[in-house]
Design a protein around this ligand. Structure first.
Ligand SMILES: [Zn+2]
Length: 233
């Protein structure tokens, strides 16, 4: 009996995440996965920071090419590295919510979803003074509550046009080729400025940073502009 109940709960939990994630990821139901505006441009987004080692390095490259990006931050890291989060805002970038803690509980358990979204919002607001308008759940996995609470909290749910696979054991060359071969007008590009989230490789952001400069230069050569999220959605 107990085993049956556990099985039942497990199936419900999986469906609770799998069905909305399928709608979001494959059918793009109620999520932004590419820019809505017409034109030859891309949007740069960075997940999993702020990070004490890598975020500033990303900011330096963005400053060098005078481009703005959106950083989807982890609330507990915003509290841990407030100066890094402040730098992102000071240097003119947008902030979105990624999670308060980057773990499965946030997505698997619908009851903690609203609490986590609110905690992440409060952390960003308290530290940077910014009220985030965008949310991107960890691993792009959603449950129905994430949709509902995001609407209540006035977040736009933002995913990405294609995965750059910059978070595993990879090379700058691989990331560069992957992104440049798939990019299209209006693509929302995703990168990770921290390597300490579950499943990620610690040294991966160093590869991403090396690739990022090449990618920005090449995109500009190919006539793309790089626009902030707020201008295209
Ligand atoms: Zn993440």
């Amino acid at each position: 009996m107990l085993l049956e109940l556990i099985n039942y709960l497990l199936i419900l939990t999986v469906l609770n995440v799998l069905i909305p994630t399928f709608f979001a990821r494959l059918l793009h139901y109620n999520v932004l996965w590419k820019g809505k505006a017409e034109g030859r441009y891309v949007v740069l987004t960075f997940d999993d920071g702020p990070d004490p080692i890598y975020t500033e390095k990303v900011l330096d490259i963005l400053d060098k090419y005078n481009v703005k990006a959106c950083f989807f931050m982890v609330g507990e890291k915003v509290l841990k590295y407030p100066d890094v989060a402040k730098q992102v805002v000071k240097r003119g970038h947008e902030i979105g919510i990624h999670a308060f803690r980057h773990n499965l509980r946030f997505i698997i358990n619908p009851l903690v979803t609203r609490k986590e979204l609110l905690k992440a919002f409060d952390a960003v607001k308290r530290v940077t003074g910014v009220s985030p308008e965008y949310a991107r759940p960890p691993w792009g996995c959603l449950n129905p509550f994430f949709y509902r609470e995001s609407r209540r909290l006035n977040y736009k749910v933002v995913l990405w046009s294609f995965m750059s696979w910059d978070w595993g054991r990879t090379t700058a060359d691989y990331i560069t080729k992957r992104v440049l071969s798939r990019v299209k007008d209006g693509s929302i590009l995703i990168f990770h400025d921290s390597g300490d989230s579950p499943g990620a490789y610690n040294g991966a952001p160093a590869m991403m940073i090396e690739a990022l400069e090449v990618i920005i230069k090449q995109l500009k050569n190919e006539g793309y502009s790089i626009k902030p999220l707020g201008e295209v959605c």
